[in-house]
Design a binder for this molecule. Structure first.
Ligand SMILES: *[C@@H]1O[C@H](CO)[C@@H](O)[C@H](O)[C@H]1NC(C)=O
Ligand SMILES: *[C@@H]1O[C@H](CO)[C@@H](O)[C@H](O)[C@H]1NC(C)=O
Ligand SMILES: *[C@@H]1O[C@H](CO)[C@@H](O)[C@H](O)[C@H]1NC(C)=O
Ligand SMILES: *[C@@H]1O[C@H](CO)[C@@H](O)[C@H](O)[C@H]1NC(C)=O
Ligand SMILES: *[C@@H]1O[C@H](CO)[C@@H](O)[C@H](O)[C@H]1NC(C)=O
Length: 562
């Protein structure tokens, strides 16, 4: 339906250009579009099918109801902009999640608090919530599975992060054992790593890194590297983690005292991996340079956040060189960094002052620890020369604050779905409160949403490592096809200014002479792209297709051994 509308719009647009039609088409520029009401605050989001995003909130007093109580989970239909409540058993406040090798979404961890007025809630600190692959475009019959007595984490985890590793399981890192006022601490910190399904006897493995990076180490940012190890950053520290042995190699600190994990959230992203070498580079942006010994009651909602981005190449040479600093156009606490299918990075959301969390600084704005929302997104072009990578030329400005507890994800349609923000304890719509509970859903639509786009007409349901496969494509005649980019993407799980599991791997591709088929080479192995679901996007001359869903590997449940 959306693609129908989009192609209709583009037909109209082209018609308008060529025939000076009186109809006014949307100009092909970056645009914010309001989409409707999410019913729950979408503080976490993940794409679970070509047409559905799954939203989680904390269990609270949300207006959307299910089984006679407030919902805190919902499916958002990307085609109709409609919301359907889901019955969640445990409290998903500050959970994380990712996709397994068999396509199931797993949300992990959460909150112990049982909010008044919602009798249905169970403790979520060891929560495991499974959403099986959903074939119905509207999500009819698709539900979350939870059985807290038989299926749970080994350790309490509030504010963990989770990524898919080369055997298709999840590695779940850090968090806290119980609710904290602001900082993590040695008593409550979950300074361990565990796996789902469990490995190494199911016993969580201690991590010195998670102790050293206290008290600013909630939601550690982590990325699977193309050699099968995992890069992690928390507070101002970074390591490379060996999944098999638990060894931690200490890397340089982020420069200038900038800290980037909760409650000082900046964001981090693994830049696109490209053949033949798939050299990994990590970019972290925003956060704050407040010292991590500052009592929260001495922190102000008006303290400028950090405008610093730091980039490191994870080769021996790159590690020796360390982090290289760049500057955003504005400071941002709680920014979001997301891949565009053409390899650029979107910088959006967050505020220019303050810190994360609710009502703990000495001068909260209403209940918000942060203020001065950053309303205009920027684009980061990794391949441009340093100093010329970040621009907001042509970017629109929203008027909806996306502060603590907002989410954003790239959609299979190719635009960004932005929702949430609620720096309040419960639903708070009090007129005098500056940052209310936010139920408005927006998309940020790239210019290509309004023109004729390339299309991948069909894809194999499964692709194997190093496999060459040919897909039929249709390419608008006005595109010269000077630049062809084919991206294999995990769109990630958005929570707390981080997209767990997000990944973009470029694949070599050749267009046939008649421009009607494309021969693509899949990534070489499970370290470059861990087996599991993906979307393939085709970008021709910066005009991107819709994504086509594929399964990388066999689709078998984890652990996949070969
Ligand atoms: C919801 O409440 C109504 C009225 O109180 C009752 O008739 C109905 O059985 C309840 N439904 C569920 C699923 O509890
Ligand atoms: C990182 O933070 C620690 C304190 O948490 C501090 O001792 C160290 O100097 C910082 N590193 C840099 C490069 O600023
Ligand atoms: C900390 O960040 C602020 C705001 O960006 C900046 O003005 C200040 O110079 C920074 N301080 C240090 C020690 O880097
Ligand atoms: C909303 O926030 C204001 C400001 O902190 C507070 O006074 C009010 O009680 C809150 N309302 C609700 C319904 O929580
Ligand atoms: C995927 O694997 C997980 C973990 O074993 C399991 O709980 C889930 O039911 C599986 N999903 C499917 C569709 O097989």
């Amino acid at each position: 339906m959306l693609s129908l509308i989009t192609s209709l719009v583009s037909v109209l647009y082209i018609a308008a250009l060529s025939h000076a039609s009186p109809l006014e088409p949307r100009a092909p520029v970056w645009t914010f579009t309001e989409r409707g009401n999410s019913g729950i605050v979408a503080l976490e989001s993940i794409i679970v099918s070509p047409t559905l995003a799954l939203f989680f909130d904390k269990a609270s007093d949300d207006p959307l109801q299910i089984n006679n109580h407030s919902a805190w989970g919902a499916l958002w239909n990307l085609v109709t902009d409609e919301v359907t409540p889901l019955d969640v058993v445990t409290n998903s406040f500050c959970a994380s999640g990712a996709l397994l090798s068999n396509g199931s979404m797993v949300s992990v961890g959460g909150d112990p608090n049982l909010f008044p007025g919602n009798p249905a809630i169970e403790d979520g600190t060891q929560g495991i919530r499974i959403f099986e692959p959903c074939d119905d475009p509207a999500g009819v019959g698709c539900t979350l599975f939870e059985d807290p007595t038989t299926l749970h984490l080994a350790e309490n985890r509030w504010y963990p992060s989770a990524i898919r590793i080369p055997d298709g399981s999840l590695m779940i890192v850090g968090g806290a054992h119980h609710n904290l006022v602001f900082y993590n601490d040695i008593e409550q910190g979950a300074a361990t790593v565990e796996f789902f399904p469990p490995k190494f006897g199911g016993v969580p493995r201690p991590s010195e890194f998670l102790k050293r990076s206290l008290p600013v180490n909630l939601f550690p940012r982590q990325f699977l590297l193309p050699d099968g190890k995992v890069f992690m950053v928390a507070n101002n520290q970074s390591i490379i983690y060996d999944i098999q042995t638990g060894d931690e190699r200490i890397l340089p600190d982020i420069p200038n005292g900038v800290r980037i994990t909760n409650p000082f959230d900046g964001s981090a992203i693994l830049l696109p991996l490209s053949p033949p070498n798939f050299t990994p580079e990590v970019l972290v942006c925003g956060g704050t340079n407040i010292t991590d010994t500052t009592p929260v009651t001495s922190i102000s909602s008006q303290t400028p956040a950090s405008d610093q981005c730091s980039r490191i190449t994870l080769t021996e040479e790159g590690i020796k060189k360390g982090w290289v600093v760049e500057r955003m156009l504005e400071p941002r606490i709680m920014p979001e960094l997301l891949h565009l299918p053409n390899g650029q990075v979107l910088i959006t959301n967050g505020g220019s002052t303050g810190v994360a969390a609710i009502g703990t600084v000495f001068d909260p704005v209403g209940n918000s620890n942060a203020d001065n929302p950053a309303f205009t997104p920027s684009l980061y072009t990794p391949t441009a020369p340093r100093g010329r990578r970040i621009s907001n030329v042509g970017m629109p400005t929203s008027n909806i604050a996306r502060l603590y507890h907002s989410s954003v994800t790239l959609t299979p349609q190719g635009n960004f779905l932005i929702a949430g923000s609620n720096p309040n304890d419960m639903t708070n719509l009090t007129a005098s409160v500056k940052f209310k509970s936010e139920f408005r859903v927006e998309t940020l639509d790239p210019p290509f949403m309004f023109v004729a786009r390339p299309r991948i007409l069909n894809v194999p349901s499964k692709i194997g490592f190093s496999q060459r496969f040919t897909v039929p494509v249709s390419i608008p005649t006005n595109l010269r096809a000077a630049k062809i980019e084919v991206a294999l993407m995990d769109l990630g799980f958005s929570s707390h200014a981080f997209h767990s599991g997000a990944r973009l791997v470029f694949m070599n591709a050749q267009l046939s002479r008649d421009r009607r088929s494309l021969t693509i080479t899949a990534p070489p192995d499970r370290n470059v792209y861990p087996p599991g679901p993906a979307f393939i996007f085709l970008t021709i001359d910066d005009v991107t297709s819709e994504g086509q869903k594929v399964m990388v590997g066999s689709g078998a449940p984890p652990p996949q051994t070969d």
